[in-house]
Design a protein around this ligand. Structure first.
Ligand code: PBG
Length: 332
């Protein structure tokens, strides 16, 4: 008996729209755009410093002048914003150097605003880069994280950044109530236009390893599980997002990205705030390491992962590849 092949119309001919590149491009549902990418920069003291970070290929410790150069280059290829992390000259138990208006981050804010006025400057607000114990909060006599005393310190840091020209502050500490505390503190002194991009759903993740080397912020004892969320929890992530929204967050972050695509999708339905995904250091490291061994195609893996993050529902993505991807997109 003949095999019946005339079945047109009886089954899905999904391949019809995949026949040639122009057609595939036409029906593509998700398009990457440099403007929705945010480039993290690590700012250290000094002048003319540009030192490669071993755990994050392609990333550098930059003095404020070099950070300004880098921000300018990022803006030229269309990157949406830069996110500044600080490496202070000194650390103590309460992270005092984080409040120094002459510290690397405020200095870089001022220089970037001067030399690259188009660049949107976002600053990381957290104590872990500035404390000698490496925790994101202050420690009480019993050796526990002192949530409420930490809020004042974070609020002051946010104001120092805002005064230096940061348009958006991004608290990444995961203390309870910090969005409200920062919002009130900023408003009190007239910085009502400084936006808060809150790390709302941040898991205690193994994928931050390379960053902690880069930011020199590995905790000296214990871990971050009393403040960052259990990666097993999604419902709790939604609760954190709603809480931060109520406290006045303008944008919310889900972090990491690839291990939390389900949460990005849920967040998109949960809130009307812009959703920011953070493709963290460990996600970048996996791609770099595998590409180095020739196990996967680096460029394709980067583009596919960023596309998946956006397809899941992210409006913006923080990525170490931002500048490079922006260049690729422009070159297309
Ligand atoms: C600081 C902070 C971390 C990251 C962003 N802000 C590290 C951490 O929480 O330990 C991680 C970013 C990355 O891995 O790329 N609180």
């Amino acid at each position: 008996m003949d095999v019946i092949t005339e079945t047109t119309g009886e089954f899905l001919r999904g391949r019809r729209l995949r026949q040639r590149p122009a057609l595939r491009r036409l029906v593509r549902e998700t398009r990457l755009d440099a403007k929705s990418l945010i480039q993290p920069l690590f700012v250290c003291p000094g002048v003319g410093v540009r030192e490669a970070i071993s755990t994050l290929p392609g990333q550098f410790h930059l003095s404020p002048d070099q950070a300004a150069e880098e921000a300018l280059r990022a803006a030229e290829v269309g990157v949406g914003a830069v996110l500044l992390f600080g490496l202070p000259a000194s650390k103590d138990a309460i992270g005092s150097s984080g409040l120094d208006e002459k510290g690397p981050v405020p200095e870089a804010c001022r220089l970037i605003r001067q030399r690259s006025p188009e660049t949107v400057v976002i600053t990381d607000v957290c104590l872990c880069e500035y404390t000698d114990h490496g925790h994101c909060g202050l420690i009480d006599e019993a050796g526990r994280i002192d949530n409420d005393r930490t809020l004042a310190q974070l609020s002051k840091m946010a104001l120092v950044h805002a005064e230096a020209g940061a348009e958006i502050v991004a608290p990444s500490d995961m203390m309870d109530g910090r969005v409200l505390a920062i919002r009130r503190h900023l408003d009190q002194v007239g910085f009502t236009d400084t936006a808060i991009m809150s790390y709302a759903a941040k898991h205690a993740s193994a994928f931050y390893g390379p960053f902690r080397e880069a930011a020199q912020s590995t905790p000296a004892f214990g871990d971050r599980r009393t403040y960052q969320m259990d990666p097993a929890n999604g419902q709790e992530a939604m609760r954190e997002i709603l809480a931060d929204q109520e406290e006045g967050a303008d944008l919310i972050i889900v972090k990491p990205a690839i291990t939390a695509l389900d949460l990005i999708a849920r967040a998109r339905r949960l809130t009307l705030l812009p959703i920011v995904a953070y493709q963290v250091s460990g996600e970048a490291a996996m791609i770099e390491a595998a590409a180095e061994r020739g196990w996967l195609n680096r460029k394709d893996a980067i583009l596919e992962s960023l596309t998946a993050i956006q397809r899941a529902g992210a409006h913006l993505t923080i990525s170490y590849f931002a500048q490079e991807v922006a260049r690729w997109l422009g070159g297309r």
